[in-house]
Design a protein around this ligand. Structure first.
Ligand code: AMP
Ligand code: MN
Ligand code: MN
Length: 325
């Protein structure tokens, strides 16, 4: 267990960003629009003030995020001449393990942790974690203001993408008046909300809907209909021609039915079982996921289960019941 370090102030983090000359922005495995958009936005801003910036991400950029500026520079490899005192900036993850197995060993002194998850480990020498923010991108906004970098069209597009990803297109309860104010400001400087909506939410392949149909066809209900879950298996992917990226929205559909308080999608492929959990707001699915080694937010969390699919069904059910389902 890493010793908990305190959060730094905006001024302290901005001073550190100014002091360093090279940066590696790190996003989490199976990247989403928040981890990627937040890292690219801060990276772009640092480039604008003359810094050297690289982007490290274990997995490829998902198809629906390739429209974002800077994604052509995202890679798993890093240059051999990377300065030893480069600052590694982790965005949108509770622990460094979420960056994957290709991450080199790092000294804590060179780590900045920027996040909005409950239960973030404060694993950096510098920590800037604000759980009340809707996205890591809106956490980054505070730093951009401190750095005094003008928010141009590209940076605005990246930040609005983080917001639209983590608010589910302004549908989730984290969509506060402040979030809508900031989004309006970002649109005024050129972020194209229509384009972001189309690229992120309306860009599905037919295979994704074929997979959704299979998952809906095999969904099950428990606890008087308050819990709905389904699974995606290797066989279902093979039958539909879909891949992991095509599973994104399924868990939200399972939770969209009247009376369902919690939904779960069990993704049993690639030699592991990853579970996505969603809550309507009464049951804390972050706490349920944490019981099984995962994490996330009150209403959206995830975990990797070690065992068989049937054991995963039973284990997640028990964790949800323990959290009041
Ligand atoms: P997902 O269901 O993959 O969209 O993830 C929902 C939320 O849970 C996100 O905030 C993730 O960062 C978090 N999460 C997903 N998987 C894990 C995991 N294995 N460990 C910790 N947090 C996770
Ligand atoms: Mn994320
Ligand atoms: Mn996020």
């Amino acid at each position: 267990m890493i010793e908990q370090a305190a959060n730094n102030t905006t001024d302290e983090v901005v001073a550190e960003l100014k002091r360093r000359s090279a940066f590696v922005m790190v996003s989490h495995v199976k990247p989403d629009g928040d981890t990627l958009g937040a890292g690219l936005a801060l990276g772009l801003a640092l480039k604008r003030v003359g810094k050297r910036v690289h982007y490290f991400q274990q997995d490829p950029v998902p198809r629906n995020l390739r429209f974002l500026p800077e994604t052509e520079f995202v890679a798993r490899e890093l240059p051999a001449d990377l300065p030893a005192d480069a600052l590694w900036v982790f965005g949108d993850m509770s622990s460094t393990s979420r960056a994957g197995e290709y991450l080199p060993a790092l000294e804590r002194a060179n780590i900045l942790d920027i996040d909005h998850h409950l239960g973030n480990d404060h694993f950096g020498a510098f920590n800037y974690v604000i759980p009340t923010e809707c996205s890591t991108g809106t956490v980054v906004m505070h730093l951009l203001r401190g750095l005094d970098v003008a928010v141009d069209r590209d940076i605005a597009t990246l930040i609005l993408t983080t917001i639209m990803t983590d608010t589910g297109g302004f549908m989730h309860s984290n969509t506060t008046p402040e979030v809508l104010d900031l989004s309006a400001e970002l649109m005024r400087v050129g972020a194209d909300k229509e384009q972001i909506t189309e690229e992120i939410f309306a860009n599905k392949r037919p295979a994704a809907l074929a997979l959704l149909a299979k998952a809906l066809d095999t969904m099950r209900f428990e606890h008087d209909g308050r819990y709905c879950y389904s699974a995606v298996t290797e066989a279902m992917l093979a039958q539909t021609g879909a891949d992991g990226e095509d599973t994104e929205e399924i868990v939200n559909h399972l939770r969209s039915m009247d009376g369902v308080e919690v939904s779960a999608l069990f993704k049993a492929f690639d030699d592991e079982i990853r579970v996505s959990l969603r809550s309507r707001g009464r049951v804390n699915v972050q706490a349920a996921a944490a019981r099984l080694g995962g994490g996330g937010h009150f209403r959206a969390s995830g975990l990797t289960f070690h065992g068989t699919l049937d054991e995963a069904f039973a284990g997640v059910d028990a964790a949800l019941v323990a959290e009041g389902l």
